[in-house]
Design a protein around this ligand. Sequence first.
Ligand code: NAP
Length: 257
Amino acid sequence: MGMGSLTGKTALVTGGSRGIGRAAAERLAKEGALVAVHYGRNEAAAEEVVKAIRAEGGAAFAVKAELGVHGDAETLWSEFDRQALDHGAAAGLDILVNNAGVAPRASIEETTREVFDEVFAVNVRAPFFLTQQGLKRLRDGGRIINVSSGTARIAVPDALAYSMTKGAVEILTRTLAQAVGSRGITVNAVSPGITDTDMTAGMLHGDPAGARMAADMSALGRVGQPGDVADVIAFLASDASRWVTGQVVDASGGSRL
Ligand code: NAP
């Protein structure tokens, strides 16, 4: 450890305590980055990720901030700044992964104003202002990676408002890439299909038909694992992706091609 492609870099992964974010945090740490593992409520899960990273010889710390509430970005960044300093890192960061999200299952009829506002606050407003305030911390040549969803491409009427938030994330990705390109910062999105995490546990582990249906969506005939998506995030964080910006990279195993 310590000789990876991201040695000397600092990364922040929102929602790094579980699922895709956890896999991304572990993968970036494996490449040598110091990783801030952000979480909202589940401190034990975040600490477990930090412990797992350290056990492999990597460096990480946990950062708590509830997203979707006013002042969320300020809380997260002040906690990040303080802890990065404690860990001997230079001020600022190199890689921002906007991964935290919520996915209410609700059709148009079922979507209340409360559900609509919450999903937009967590999935759109939080990464917007986190990124706005992160730009002054992000070093030139840095990386912003947003986690979108296949639902921005494939119609899933049961998750309409959620799908709309991911549409917004993809526009943020393309337009911001233009805005910050002169600083050598790339902005890309990764678009997972159905991935085996707590978010999909009901569908995948509740009944065998759900798991079969999910696997059948992919041209490769199986359900995505967090590591399948994390590897694409690691590529977008690496120097190998330096000529890719403003793009949505599919990581759905070719779902509904
Ligand atoms: P997950 O297992 O449910 O984990 C969600 C993570 O986000 C947790 O670390 C959680 O922290 C954090 N989080 C959620 N709401 C938060 C809030 N209000 N404030 C602070 N932190 C919050 O989710 P996942 O499946 O890994 O999904 C990660 C991303 O991938 C999301 O953007 C999701 O939309 C996207 N995605 C997932 C799938 C899939 O099939 N799983 C498919 C396409 C896209 P706490 O535990 O502390 O609350």
